[in-house]
Design a protein around this ligand. Structure first.
Ligand SMILES: [Zn+2]
Length: 804
């Protein structure tokens, strides 16, 4: 937390008075705004030995390591996990720690801070799910129960629960470089995801036509060490539902005891593969080199397990053991409903040369999942490796259950399913579900890079994981199908958000974001697309982005490390870009207000006076001169005419000619050549309406049929961020001009981009005339009696006749 920083800022505000800004540098003359002011030294934190000025981990970089050994039991009847966790905390920090903070992130507990602080829109409506949730919380509390904390020798340790945080007081401070082992026993009732929400939980198929079996998704299911970092100390801000999880890396050894007929998927690799049948192990071996996904558990086998549930299979239990190295979390999924398919994905020259891409799904997700889930994982590995670094783990899994989309190390939960027609039982899926599935698998598996490997602080900065990941998802989707995919990142799609009122800058804490999806995902993804395609170009962007990814792989970057690295590695000053896109709510709207065609003054009176005379003729004759039909005096009395009636101000005089000859004599040859230069000087007046400074991409259409696109750098705006005039010299004659012709800068109003302006086509929707209000008489099956204004019941046979 940054309490100190806030205190200093408020003290500064008090000194400067209410109108002063937090920045110590204040422009008090004129209204000049420096949109190019450097962030280094003013807005960004001072570099340290831990994170250096180039945006890389410093020579004294450190982070904590926490290893976990957990034995857990899933009780299917009570839908509860009971577990015993032993974690070993390696204090790599330079500081002694008197206590340890752990996370108890459950947004589905009855008295949770997020529940207590929940707001609703006044009156109006409530969703059926919210009603069910309110009912559920009357009988079910959720959250961690039966917490018992001891040291390695079983001695009780004092602990305090502070909402979603747990503080464990150590008998003696853990010195720098020291190691401590702590044991925690607990139980955790799993939430029904579709009722109380959350990023894990269970789903049971209990409708009359369903099989009664359940899918269990375990996540945030054990107390996990909170982060202790070089820049914030303990990251102990309660989970209120928005900002996700900030965690330490470590090694895991987890034994999960589940009903004997369950199939389990989890972070890591199966450490006791003999739990599988010989046939399943053979299929897994075959899947390693297969070109198509291979069933490890076939649809028939999953169906048989569902049918025999409760009869012979479900009584006993089996223990699945998983190990995972250097991960920041551990999740699992367990169900007898699971079909399991797998396919090996080769990675050349990578630390992990073969990744097992695997999917687990119920029959309700078929055949959509058989076709697309595992292949989407493989595609993600291909594209993200290209942009960042090879996939760092041995497995990459996609699990279908009640969670729409959520990521964990080596594990992802993904929601889309086909739909079943209630009458015919026929399965179909929408285009939305198909591309939704491909998109969400790419997105969630993509998170295994950002933030599961490049371990940014999700609790604080949503854009660092969701935004960067949405950008790569967009690139991956474009490489799947350039037309049909639906990811966020296309500049033209962000304009409506960019002009909306209720928004905050990207550099805002996750829990305070307005329009979460647009802010956390779409805007940063779009900014990255624009940075790549428009600002830096692909070569510079890709080099710098790869540098960022690799520098911070398995480390903890801050926004400033990202900004600094992108500038350092690309060699391009981007402070104006970060300012505009990350520090403000400005939008892009550049208007081409005016174009002027100029030529050089030749100083030759014959040329210049003739040109001026031609220009004069283009003006319309004054109305009085046109409408007065009587001949004027000079015609009625020709004697009034003299020299001045025969000449005008455009007449070249002897003096004009003499002066010109004299000036010509004085000119140096290069001056004479300059005056003879015949090219056109075009002056373009641009106005920055949106406030965000951006390059101006200017397409020029010439009279000879040729076109030219000029990319004017954003630095155009450095002396005046509101209005500038820019010059272009060409022998060609300009016919038309247009700003941002490919709509690549997210320009929010294109009607002011073209010069001359265009007439815009649109469609007027025709509104139906309003109906006459509710007809209670008709609804009561009465009609007006014919002899007086009285009502009588409608006769049944009459009514029937009317219907025919
Ligand atoms: Zn995400």
């Amino acid at each position: 937390m940054r309490v100190l920083g806030r205190v200093v800022m408020w003290a500064a505000l008090a000194l400067l008075g209410a109108t002063a800004q937090a920045s110590p540098i204040v422009q008090t003359k004129g209204d000049f705004v420096d949109k190019f002011r450097q962030l280094e030294g003013e807005d960004w934190p001072t570099p340290t030995d831990t994170r250096n000025a180039a945006g890389a981990p410093g020579h004294r970089y450190w982070q904590q390591k926490v290893d976990y050994r957990i034995t857990a039991r899933l009780d299917e009847a009570t839908r509860t996990i009971s577990a015993s966790e032993t974690f070993t905390y390696h204090n790599n920090s330079p500081d002694a720690l008197k206590y340890l903070w752990l996370l108890l992130d459950q947004n589905y507990k009855r008295d949770h801070i997020a529940e207590r602080a929940e707001t609703v829109s006044p009156g109006g409506q409530i969703s059926m799910t919210d009603v069910r949730k309110a009912m559920r919380y009357k009988e079910w509390e959720g959250g961690f129960n039966n917490l018992k904390v001891t040291d390695a020798s079983g001695r009780a340790l004092k602990f305090t629960v502070v909402d979603t945080l747990l503080r464990i007081d150590l008998p003696t401070a853990l010195a720098s470089g020291g190691v401590v082992t702590v044991k925690i026993d607990f139980t955790l009732p799993m939430p029904e995801t579709r009722v109380v929400g959350g990023r894990s939980g269970y789903e049971c198929f209990t409708k009359p036509d369903q099989d009664g079996n359940c899918i269990f998704l375990g996540a945030q299911w054990f107390p996990r060490a909170a982060v202790y970092s070089d820049y914030e100390g303990w990251h102990n801000k309660a989970f209120v539902g928005g900002g996700e999880f900030t965690l330490e890396f470590g090694d895991y050894d987890v034994s999960l005891t589940v009903p004997a007929d369950h199939v389990v998927s989890a972070t890591g690799e199966l450490a006791n593969p003999d739990i599988l049948s010989a046939a399943q192990r053979a299929r897994l071996a075959q899947a390693r080199t297969a070109k198509e996904p291979v069933y490890i558990v076939t649809p028939d086998e999953a169906l048989a397990a569902e049918k025999s549930a409760g009869k012979n299979g479900a009584s006993g239990t089996r223990t699945w053991r998983f190990t995972a190295k250097n991960v920041r979390d551990f999740a699992f999924a367990s169900s007898r409903k699971f079909v399991w398919d797998a396919m090996g994905v080769k990675q050349d020259d990578a630390a992990v040369p073969l990744v097992m891409a695997m999917s687990f799904y119920p029959k309700e997700a078929r055949p959509l999942w058989d076709a697309y889930s595992t292949k989407s994982i493989a595609h993600t590995i291909d594209v993200y490796s290209d942009f960042a670094f090879p996939y760092p783990y041995p497995t990459a899994q996609s699990i279908n259950g009640p969670v729409g989309g959520m990521e964990y190390p080596m594990m992802t939960f993904n929601g889309p399913r086909p739909v079943k027609d209630k009458k015919t039982g026929q399965l179909t899926y929408t285009e939305r579900a198909k591309y939704g599935l491909i998109g969400v698998v790419i997105h969630e598996v993509g998170h295994i890079w950002f933030p599961m490997s490049v371990n940014s602080d999700e609790r604080q900065w949503t854009w660092m994981d969701e935004g960067i990941n949405s950008f790569l998802q967009f690139e991956a989707e474009k490489r799947w199908d350039p037309v049909k995919t639906r990811g966020r990142g296309e500049p033209r799609d962000i304009t409506e958000y960019m002009i909306s009122r209720d928004q905050v800058p990207l550099m805002t804490h996750s829990d305070s974001l307005l329009q979460f999806g647009n802010n956390g995902y779409s805007k940063p993804a779009t900014a990255m697309v624009i940075l790549r395609e428009t600002i830096l170009g692909r070569e510079l962007f890709d080099f710098a982005f790869k540098e960022y990814s690799r520098r911070w792989r398995f480390k903890r970057p801050t926004p400033y490390d990202f900004f600094r690295t992108m500038e350092e590695a690309s060699g391009v000053d981007l402070d104006w870009f970060w300012r505009g896109w990350f520090y403000t709510t400005d939008h892009v709207d550049i208007s081409l207000d005016k174009v002027v065609q100029a030529r050089l003054d030749t100083r030759n009176p014959e040329v210049e006076k003739a040109w001026a005379k031609d220009r004069d003729k283009t003006a319309p004759t004054p109305l009085t001169a046109v409408r007065n039909t009587e001949p004027p005096m000079i015609d009625r009395d020709p004697k009034t005419r003299d020299f001045y009636d025969e000449t005008d101000r455009f007449t070249v005089t002897a003096k004009d000619r003499k002066d010109y000859a004299a000036r010509l004599k004085k000119l140096e040859p290069e001056q004479a050549a300059a005056l003879a230069f015949k090219d056109n000087f075009y002056h373009f007046s641009f106005r920055n309406i949106g406030g965000l400074v951006m390059p101006v991409i200017l397409k020029l259409d010439y009279a000879d049929g040729s076109t030219e696109t000029i990319r004017i750098p954003a630095e155009l705006w450095r002396y005046n961020a509101k209005a500038v005039t820019w010059q272009h010299v060409t022998p060609k004659t300009l016919k038309a001009a247009e700003v941002d012709p490919l709509w690549e800068t997210a320009d929010a109003d294109r009607s002011n981009n073209a010069y001359p302006r265009r007439i815009e086509p649109t469609v007027l929707k025709v509104r139906d005339d309003p109906a006459g209000g509710d007809n209670r008489m008709a609804d009561s099956e009465l009609e007006v009696s014919p002899d007086s204004i009285k009502t009588r019941p409608v006769k049944k046979d009459e009514k029937k006749k009317d219907d025919e």
